[in-house]
Design a protein around this ligand. Structure first.
Ligand code: HEC
Length: 197
């Protein structure tokens, strides 16, 4: 009889102990403070500096402009070393080219042999501003002025035979540029659940 009571007590201790171990993380979480007492709210100026995104329709583009000939100098100085003298040689990503024509054979190219370029793949010209402004040159991102970014965008669009050599690219004109691959993409507006195919 006494042995049974002893076994019952030991079992009870196990059960209670197990429950406590389970609850421990919850107990600890409840002790995390609401505030840690360091950091300062971001200023308007800090937010403005970080808020550089440009949407496909051109919202967020700064008020400025650039030309193809200015862009040629920027390209030679800041981009050619990595993307090649004409934007096709590399060593890094090829930027210029309409191959494989405008036929858009990428889906039938499982080995990715066809090179995606600005001319044959990018659906929005405005993304060029956003991307180059935030990410290029690769070794010094953020170092170009808005005039330099507009100019090099103009030069790359010209080299891809999308705009003429005398075009001025600005916050007003860039959203109007229609890219060759524009019709090749659809908006993914699926909500999840059954509609996901
Ligand atoms: C130090 C080398 C380097 C320099 C300089 C450089 N790039 Fe790049 N660039 C890269 C690399 C590497 C990538 C690929 C990055 C990735 O996939 O994340 C790239 C990607 C790009 C792309 C995207 C290509 C695509 O279709 O996906 C563009 C556009 C581009 N660079 C433009 C420029 C421009 C314009 C300049 C000059 C202002 C420049 N780059 C300077 C290395 C460089």
């Amino acid at each position: 009889m006494r042995r049974t009571v002893l076994v019952a007590i030991v079992l009870l201790l196990f059960v209670v102990g197990g429950a406590l171990v389970d609850l421990w993380p919850r107990f600890r979480r409840s002790r995390v403070p609401d505030r840690f007492g360091f950091g300062t709210p971001a200023t308007r100026e800090e937010i403005r500096q970080a808020d550089t995104d440009v949407t496909p329709d051109g919202r967020g583009l700064p008020h400025d402009s650039g030309t193809v000939s200015q862009g040629e100098s920027v390209y030679k100085l800041r981009c050619a070393g990595c993307h090649g003298a004409t934007g096709t040689e590399g060593p890094f990503d090829r930027l210029v080219g309409r191959e494989p024509g405008d036929s858009f054979d990428f889906g039938r190219d499982p080995n990715f042999l066809a090179k995606r370029t600005i001319g044959n793949y990018w659906p929005y010209a405005t993304t060029l501003y956003d991307y180059i402004n935030r990410a290029m040159p690769f070794d010094a991102p953020g170092s170009l002025s808005s005039n330099e970014v507009y100019s090099v965008v103009a030069y790359l669009l010209y080299r891809n035979q999308i705009i003429p050599g005398n075009a001025v690219v600005s916050d007003r004109t860039l959203p109007l540029v229609r890219m060759p691959a524009r019709g090749r993409f659809v908006v993914d507006n699926r909500q999840g659940g059954r509609s996901i195919r």
